[in-house]
Structure formats: structure tokens, C-alpha cells
Ligand binder design. Structure first.
Ligand code: GLN
Length: 248
């Protein structure tokens, strides 16, 4: 009997070791792969070290920690985030991404974590004073963004030039290739802070909500993200992260 117990103990120990080992293996590949476009300060931008920093990066890190996953952020064009999430190339997209009906056809969105407002940037001294004055002017936008969609709807495709990044659109404004840029308000503030001679018009062009996108079939991850977000909102983490980058 004693002998039997000893054997049983050994077998149990061996089984436990295998289970533990398998568990470890799964955990080390337990990544949360996030796609973003790191040209959208203060939500995502490349810091001095070349690492992607910002509000989205920090909220994503807090969500990943709650999920027991390791966050990896991939920088890609804004317009390829949704397709990549849909095809399973990325687990989620987080890029100051506005929730809209068209995108909802392709992906699911988490609960909202921030508000965005579309702003109009013009050179100081420009004769453009309101959104109405944009009629017939050349407008620069970041390709595939809501600013791009609204600008074409309101002012005609022939008056809108899409650029790969928000920064490219702003540089086109600085060099006089376009008369105005329509872009989300916080990136707009970041861009005029580092480009002399530009200002933001005092008219909010459109209000929107930002959320994380996940593949339609990945409802388990969506639920996990929403639960984590709710906790991070309730304990003040989300507010603190936003306040760190957007001083009141
Ligand atoms: N909020 C805008 C959109 O979702 C812009 C996002 C971005 O450029 N990263 O289209």
C-alpha cells in the first residue's frame, strides 16, 4: 500500500508537471496584438525611444494587464487597421478610432473610452473663419479617417486631398499646398504646438466617440475588453491616463 501511494504520488507529480508546463507554454504566446497608426498624438505617437506611446497605448497596456496578456503594438496605416482586425491579423485596433455605422458593418466596437471633435486647422491670418468658408477651398485630411469622409461629403472630393498621416496633411498646410486641414482636435492641438503659424478655428466641426475594434466573431475578447474598460473607468485609471496627456 505504501508502495502504491508512492507511485501514485509520483504519477500525480508528473501529471502536474506536464500540466504546469503546458500552461506556461500557452501563457508565453498569450499576446494581445493591437494595431494602431502612431501619427496621432496624444493618442499614439513614437516617443524619443521609438516606442509607441500615448493614451491608447497606456489604456491598452492596462487592459492587457487585466487580461493577463502581453501587449504588442503594431504601427500600420490607419486605413488597414479594420481589415487587419477583420482577417485576424490583429486582435484589436485602437487608434483614436471613431465609431460609425459603416465601420460597424465590418467590426465590433468596445464601449467608448474617449470623445473626439473634428477640428479645422488654418494658417494664422487665413480668410477661413468658419466651416462654411471652406467651400471651394483645398482641404487636407488623413486618408480613410472620418475627417476625410466628412470633408468629401460636405465640400466635394475634388476639393479634398488625402495624406497618409495627419502629420503629412499638416506639412502640406504649412507649405501652402492646401488651405485647411480637418483632423481630430487633440492631434490638431499637438500639431499646431510644433508648427508655427497655424491655428485651430473656434468651431467644432463634428463630435465623435472613440472605441476599440475587434473582429465580429471574437465576442469573447470584446466582452473581456469591455469588462476591463469598465473597471479601469470606475477606478479612475482611464481618466488619469487621459489627464496625463491632455491637461485640463
Ligand atoms: N477619429 C478619426 C477616425 O476614426 C481619426 C483616427 C486616426 O486618424 N487615428 O477616423
Amino acid at each position: 500500500m505504501k508502495q502504491f501511494k508512492k507511485v501514485l504520488a509520483l504519477v500525480l507529480a508528473a501529471v502536474l508537471a506536464v500540466v504546469t508546463f503546458a500552461g506556461c507554454g500557452a501563457k508565453s504566446s498569450n499576446k494581445l496584438l493591437m494595431a494602431t497608426n502612431a501619427s496621432f498624438p496624444p493618442y499614439e505617437f513614437k516617443g524619443d525611444s521609438g516606442e509607441i506611446e500615448g493614451i491608447d497605448a497606456e489604456i491598452a497596456a492596462a487592459i492587457a494587464a487585466k487580461l493577463g496578456k502581453e501587449l504588442e503594438i503594431v504601427d500600420t496605416e490607419f486605413g488597414s487597421i479594420i481589415g487587419g482586425v477583420q482577417s485576424g491579423k490583429y486582435d484589436m485596433g485602437m487608434a483614436g478610432m471613431t465609431v460609425n455605422e459603416e465601420r460597424k458593418q465590418s467590426v465590433n466596437f468596445s464601449d467608448t473610452y474617449a470623445i473626439g471633435v473634428q477640428s479645422i486647422i488654418v494658417p494664422e491670418g487665413s480668410d477661413i473663419q468658419t466651416a462654411d468658408d471652406l467651400e471651394g477651398k483645398q482641404i487636407g485630411v488623413q486618408q480613410d479617417t472620418t475627417g476625410h469622409i466628412y470633408a468629401e461629403d460636405d465640400y466635394g472630393q475634388e476639393n479634398v486631398t488625402p495624406y497618409k498621416t495627419g502629420n503629412d496633411a499638416v506639412q502640406a498646410l504649412v507649405s501652402g499646398k492646401v488651405d485647411a486641414v480637418i483632423i481630430d482636435n487633440e492631434p490638431a492641438k499637438s500639431y499646431i504646438a510644433v508648427n508655427a503659424g497655424l491655428k485651430i478655428l473656434d468651431t467644432a466641426y463634428a463630435e465623435e466617440e472613440y472605441a476599440i475594434c475587434v473582429a465580429k466573431e471574437n465576442t469573447e475578447l470584446l466582452d473581456q475588453i469591455n469588462t476591463a474598460l469598465a473597471e479601469l473607468k470606475a477606478d479612475g485609471t482611464v481618466d488619469n491616463i487621459i489627464a496625463k496627456y491632455i491637461p485640463a
